[in-house]
Design a protein around this ligand. Structure first.
Ligand code: NAD
Length: 352
């Protein structure tokens, strides 16, 4: 079955990786990206797709309901994959308003447009896929079982509260109006095109520039890390075989505390410098270029307010019901990610 997709937030980290994956894996499909190009959106991340006749970029806001209706109607789009969001927890602590505006009101604007266009008259076949986060479930004690889809919502930051609100709106549009929806709640992603304010790209770019890498608190906050292309594959599984109205967790089967994660990353980068003497010339400020281990740059800093201690996601439903398996595990994923940042300094230098 071929699809015509509206991908919101497609110039962001996960959105652009999804677009590249989708165009490669579904060459008969059409993809329209709608993105407001906030600080987190970068048209350059979509450069490889720009010449593809199946791809269109539209610069616009998901809160512009009339624009979304027009796109759905005129281009006969049948699928929305909704990534657009304010996504950085630290920013939600200093400025929560934008999170309500985009994550709550913006999601509602999309739902209204989808309802108006797709449910008019006898309706047309459609799917609204909402991309959410494991952070809606709150924080876990060290030995508590991982979050399942039944776990009570207990969001702790303005970011996770805004995502929780959007999840409820998506659910309500299914139950109230019959909109065909699916939601995926996924764990922390990493990979190419990751904006360097988040932990892994921040660490890689700081190390390459010879800067310190800050670690919040005692470094023992635990997250489950998912390689971004596996996230795209998980959404693909839900779009193709997921049941309307259902929620699916997507996880990386890879719980790590921040300190351990950074130690793995540092060792990976040290090895790359040892294996390729050219790197020291290209990145002369990086610790291994000066004969030092990358771990010499790790420094502990004051913890973030309300910092959730542990997230852990149980993605068994996706495996059991839709046959989904992770393809890229952490050491391989970190190595691929580091290679990508080493090869693309022009992309990340312009974000700093
Ligand atoms: P991101 O911040 O990198 O990208 C967000 C994109 O949305 C940007 O391109 C931005 O320009 C766009 N955008 C923001 N406001 C918009 C608006 N009003 N209209 C149109 N476009 C707008 O985010 P990301 O890390 O790629 O995350 C994508 C989605 O996945 C988000 O919904 C996030 O909550 C969810 N998620 C992310 C992670 C993660 O680890 N990054 C984990 C779980 C869930």
């Amino acid at each position: 079955m071929s699809r015509k997709l509206l991908v919101t937030g497609g110039a962001g980290f996960i959105g652009c990786n999804f677009v590249h994956y989708w165009l490669k894996s579904h060459p008969r499909d059409e993809v329209v990206v709608l993105d407001a190009l906030t600080y987190a959106g970068n048209r350059a991340s979509l450069a490889a797709a720009e010449d593809n006749p199946s791809f269109t970029f539209v610069h616009g806001d998901i809160n512009d309901t009339a624009l979304v209706e027009k796109l759905l109607r005129e281009r006969l789009l049948d699928t929305i994959v909704h990534f657009a969001a304010e996504s950085h927890v630290d920013r939600s602590i200093t400025g929560p308003d934008a999170f309500i505006e985009t994550n709550v009101l913006g999601t509602h604007s999309l739902l209204k447009a989808a309802r108006t266009v797709w449910l008019a008259g006898d309706g047309v076949p459609h799917r609204f896929h909402h991309v959410s986060t494991d952070e809606v479930y709150g924080s876990l004690e060290p030995d508590a079982p991982a979050f399942t889809e039944q776990h009570q919502y207990q969001p702790n930051s303005p970011y996770s509260a805004s995502k929780a609100a959007s999840d409820h709106l998506v659910r309500a549009y299914h139950h109230t109006y019959g909109l065909e929806v699916t939601t995926s709640n996924c764990s922390n992603n990493y990979g190419p095109f990751h904006f360097p304010e988040k932990l892994i790209p921040l660490a890689i770019t700081n190390l390459l520039l010879g800067k310190e890498v800050p670690i919040y608190g005692d470094g023992k906050n635990i997250r489950d890390w998912l390689y971004v292309e596996d996230h795209a594959r998980g959404i693909e599984a839900v779009l193709e075989n997921g049941v309307s109205g259902e929620v699916y967790n997507i996880g990386g089967h890879n719980e790590l505390d921040n300190l351990t994660l950074l130690e793995v990353l540092c060792k990976s980068l040290d090895r790359k410098f040892a294996d390729d003497p050219d790197l020291a010339g290209r990145y002369p400020l990086a610790p291994p270029a000066k004969g030092l281990p990358c771990s010499s740059k790790l420094v502990f800093v004051k913890d973030r307010a309300g910092h959730d201690r542990r997230y852990s996601i149980n993605a068994e439903k996706l495996r059991r019901e839709l046959g989904f398996e992770i393809a890229v595990y952490f050491e391989e994923g970190v190595s691929r990610t580091t290679d990508w940042f080493l090869a693309n300094p022009q992309w990340w230098r312009q974000q700093l």
